[in-house]
Design a binder for this molecule. Structure first.
Ligand SMILES: C[S@@+](CC[C@H](N)C(=O)[O-])C[C@H]1O[C@@H](n2cnc3c(N)ncnc32)[C@H](O)[C@@H]1O
Length: 661
C-alpha cells in the first residue's frame, strides 16, 4: 500500500512545474467556489492540444471543458476531472500498460487519462456517458491520435454490453493473440460498486482492472477481512473474483471540481474461472451473499430461507458439519465461496463442495471442537423429525452444538458434557414427536470419529486393492449410471458401473485409477450425499468367471421375493423406503449391536452412521461372494437381526426417506 503523498498538490499558490515555464496564476473557475488551484502540473489533456511542454493543467482542463461551450461539471455524473498528470501516469503504471495493450477506459472526460494511455502505447476503447463530453474527448484525440488508436463510444457503462461491443474491438486489435485487455479509469465515484460487480467476473476478458475510487471504498475493498466491520458482501465478491491491491491515495485537491472526499487507486488482478468454483451467475451469487449478510444477526438458515427451504439448508449445513445454529455473521469467507457455486443450494455438488469442505477442514479452527465432542445418541425418532425439533428438545438442558440427524436416529453434540448427562437422564424413554414415539437417549459407545478411524476392518485402504470400487450412501432414487460415471471418470477410464438398489460398483480399467478414485471420492459429496467408497472384495469381471455368486442369475435370485424377505434389515428398509434405525425398544431394534442390552448402536465398528446404512444388501452380496463366510461366519450382527422381531413389520410403517427429506 503506497500513500502517494508526492501526488498531493501543493497548497493553493502558484508554483512552477519543473517541466513548465512560469505562467500567470489563473482566476478561480466560475463554476466552483470550493476549488483551490493545484500545483502546476502538466495535464495529459494538454498533450492532445499542443506539444507545448509545461502547459498548465488547470488552465488546459478548464479550456478543454469550455471548448464546446461552458461546461458545468455535474456531481450526479461524478464529473471530477483529474488535474494532475502524474496521477494519470501512475494509474497507467499501476495497470502495467505497455505497447500494444488494449485498454477499456470508463469516462474519458477531458481525455487526460486517455492521452496518458496512448503515450504508454495502448489502444483505447473509451466509454463516455455524456454526449458533449464524448465529443470533446473525440476532438482532443484528433490531434493526438494520429494512428487512430482511440475509439470513443457514447454509452452508459452500467448498461454497456462489454462482450458484444468491446470483444470484437479487442479481437481485431489482438488478432490471433490470446492476450487479455485491461481496464483503467478515473471512475465516477457513484458507479463504483456497479462497475466493480460488472467487471470483476470478467477474468476471461481482462487481466487487470485499475480504478480510481473514493479512498474509503478502496480501503474497504482491498483490506477487509472477515473479522472487521468493513467486511461486506462486496468484499466477498471482490475477493472471490480477484486479488485486490490498494495502490495509493490521491488527495481531493487533485480533482476539479474538488470532491468532499479523497480518492485512491486500487488494482484488481482478475482470477480466471479455473481459480474459483463454478458460479451459476455473478448476479445469483451476489444475491445469495447479500441475503446472508442481511441476516447477519440471524442464523444462516433464517437468512437464506427465501432462497431455499430450511430443510435444504439444514441438510447442507449438516453435510458440511456446521451446526444449524451457525450465525450468518460467523461464516468465514469460504462459506460464501461455496454459496457462489450454488444455484439455490445445489452447491452440495462435486467440485464446489469438495473445495468448500477442504477449506473447512484446513482453514477453520472453530469446527474442531465439535468433532472432539462425545455425542449423545438419540434413537427411535420419527423419520420426519427435524433437526430444529431435536435441537429444541435438547436445548432445554444446555447449548446444542450440532445435531447429526440420520434416518430415525440422531447424534446430538452438546457444548457441555454435564448438560448432555442431564439431557440423557431427562429425555431417555420419553414420548417424542408427532407419533409420540418413546425415544432412546444415551451416550454413544465411544467417540464416533475415533470409531471410524479405529475401524480397520472397514477401512477402504486396508482391503485388497481392486479395480472395482464399492459405493454406498448415494441417492438411490435419482442416481443414474452416467451420474456415477461422471463422478468417477475424472480419475481414469471407467469400464463399468452397476447400480444395485442403494449401492453400486464402479469398475476402472486400471487398478491404479481405482485407487486414485477411491482417495478422491471417499467422503466426497455426490448429488447431495456424502458417499462412502471402498474397494470391492473382488473385481466385477472376476465374478462371472469364478461363478461365485455374482453371475446374472445369482443377481436374479437376489431380486426374487424370497431374497427380499431376507433378514437384512437395511435392504428391506430401503425397499420400503424406510430404514430400520432406531426402531426402538418396542420392536427390539437389533441394528445397534445392543442385543438385548439397550446399548447405543454399533456404529463404531461399521463406520459411523454410514456403517449402519452399509449393513445392507451389500453386506449380503459381500458375504455371498465368499461362500465360506456366508455359511460359517454369520456375524453376531446378522444373528441379532435374525433374532429380531422388528423386521416383520408391515411395509407401511413409515413414509419413505425421500418423502421425509
Ligand atoms: C471522474 S470523471 C473522469 C474524467 C477523466 N477521465 C479524468 O480523469 O479527468 C468521470 C467521467 O465519467 C463520465 N461518466 C459518468 N457516469 C458514467 C457512466 N455511467 N458511464 C460512462 N461514463 C460516465 C463522466 O461524464 C466523466 O467524464
Amino acid at each position: 500500500m503506497v500513500a502517494l503523498t508526492s501526488l498531493s498538490p501543493a497548497p493553493p499558490r502558484p508554483s512552477p512545474s519543473p517541466a513548465a515555464p512560469r505562467r500567470r496564476p489563473l482566476p478561480p473557475p466560475p463554476f466552483s467556489r470550493t476549488y483551490s488551484p493545484s500545483s502546476r502540473i502538466r495535464c495529459a489533456a494538454t498533450v492532445a492540444e499542443d506539444a507545448t511542454p509545461g502547459a498548465d493543467d488547470y488552465h488546459s482542463t478548464i479550456r478543454s471543458l469550455n471548448s464546446r461551450g461552458r461546461h458545468v461539471p455535474r456531481k450526479s455524473l461524478g464529473q471530477n476531472y483529474m488535474l494532475n498528470s502524474k496521477v494519470n501516469e501512475e494509474l497507467v503504471a499501476a495497470a502495467g500498460v505497455e505497447e500494444g495493450d488494449v485498454v477499456l477506459e470508463i469516462g474519458p472526460g477531458t481525455g487526460s487519462l486517455t492521452a496518458a494511455l496512448l503515450e504508454a502505447g495502448a489502444t483505447v476503447f473509451a466509454v463516455e456517458k455524456v454526449r458533449n463530453v464524448a465529443l470533446l474527448v473525440n476532438l482532443h484525440m484528433i490531434s493526438v491520435d494520429s494512428k487512430n488508436l482511440v475509439q470513443v463510444i457514447e454509452e452508459d457503462i452500467t448498461k454497456f454490453h462489454i462482450r458484444s461491443h468491446f470483444l470484437p474491438f479487442m479481437k481485431e486489435k489482438y488478432q490471433a493473440t490470446q492476450k487479455h485487455a485491461k481496464v483503467v479509469s478515473n471512475l465516477p465515484f457513484n458507479v463504483s460498486t456497479e462497475v466493480v460487480k460488472l467487471l470483476l467476473p470478467m477474468g476471461d476478458v481482462f487481466s487487470v482492472v485499475v480504478l480510481m475510487l473514493q479512498d474509503e471504498t478502496a480501503v474497504r475493498l482491498a483490506d477487509a477481512s472477515i473479522q472487521t466491520p468493513e467486511y461486506r458482501p462486496i468484499s466477498v465478491f471482490v475477493n472471490f473474483y480477484s486479488e485486490p491491491e490498494y495502490k495509493f491515495r490521491v488527495d481531493r485537491e487533485n480533482f476539479f471540481p474538488q470532491p468532499k472526499v479523497d480518492g485512491a487507486v486500487i488494482s484488481f488482478k482478475l482470477k480466471s474461472s479455473e481459480e474459483y468454483p463454478p458460479v451459476g451467475s455473478p448476479k445469483s451469487f451476489f444475491s445469495m451473499v447479500n441475503s446472508a449478510f442481511n441476516g447477519k444477526r440471524k442464523m444462516l438458515r433464517k437468512s437464506l430461507q427465501h432462497l431455499c427451504s430450511s430443510s435444504e439448508i439444514e441438510a447442507a449445513l449438516h453435510n458440511i458439519d456446521l451446526p444449524v445454529t451457525v450465525p450468518s455473521a460467523q461464516l468465514p469467507q469460504y462459506w460464501f465461496d461455496l454459496l457462489a457455486s450454488s444455484q439455490q443450494f445445489s452447491f452440495m455438488n462435486d467440485g464446489a463442495n469438495d473445495f468448500f469442505i477442504k477449506k473447512c477442514y484446513t482453514d477453520s479452527g472453530n469446527r474442531t471442537s465439535t468433532s472432539k465432542m462425545r455425542p449423545v445418541f438419540c434413537g427411535n425418532l420419527d423419520y420426519d423429525v427435524r433437526i430444529s425439533e431435536i435441537e429444541r428438545l435438547f436445548g432445554k438442558y444446555g447449548r446444542v452444538e450440532r445435531v447429526d440427524l440420520k434416518t430415525g436416529f440422531a447424534f446430538v453434540y452438546m457444548e457441555d458434557e454435564r448438560d448432555a448427562e442431564d439431557a440423557i437422564s431427562r429425555l431417555d424413554g420419553i414420548d417424542f414427536g408427532r407419533k409420540g414415539r418413546r425415544i432412546r437417549v444415551e451416550w454413544t459407545k465411544e467417540d464416533r470419529s475415533a470409531g471410524r478411524k479405529g475401524s480397520l476392518k472397514r477401512s477402504p485402504t486396508s482391503a485388497r486393492p481392486t479395480k472395482t470400487l464399492f459405493v454406498i450412501n448415494f441417492d438411490p432414487i435419482n442416481t443414474r449410471i452416467r451420474d456415477l460415471e461422471r463422478h468417477f471418470d475424472k480419475y481414469g477410464r471407467v469400464a463399468n458401473v452397476r447400480i444395485k438398489k442403494n449401492f453400486a460398483f464402479v469398475q476402472f480399467e486400471v487398478q491404479e485409477d481405482a485407487t486414485r478414485a477411491l482417495e478422491g471420492t471417499n467422503g466426497s459429496t455426490f448429488m447431495d450425499r456424502v458417499i462412502s467408497v471402498e474397494y470391492a472384495l473382488r473385481d466385477d469381471d472376476e465374478r462371472g468367471e469364478r461363478g461365485n455368486g455374482y453371475s446374472p442369475d445369482r443377481r436374479g435370485r437376489e431380486r426374487s421375493p424370497g431374497r427380499r424377505r431376507s433378514p437384512s434389515p437395511y435392504g428391506r428398509g430401503r425397499e420400503r423406503g424406510s430404514p430400520d434405525y432406531g426402531r426402538g425398544r418396542e420392536r427390539g431394534s437389533p441394528d445397534y449391536g445392543r442385543g438385548g442390552d439397550r446399548r447405543s448402536p454399533d456404529y463404531a465398528s461399521n463406520g459411523g452412521g454410514r456403517g449402519d446404512e452399509r449393513g445392507s444388501d451389500y453386506d449380503r452380496e459381500r458375504r455371498e461372494a465368499s461362500p465360506r463366510r456366508e455359511r460359517h461366519e454369520a456375524s453376531p450382527r446378522r444373528e441379532r437381526r435374525e433374532a429380531s422381531p422388528g423386521y416383520d413389520r408391515p411395509p407401511s410403517r413409515s413414509p419413505g426417506r425421500d418423502e421425509r427429506d
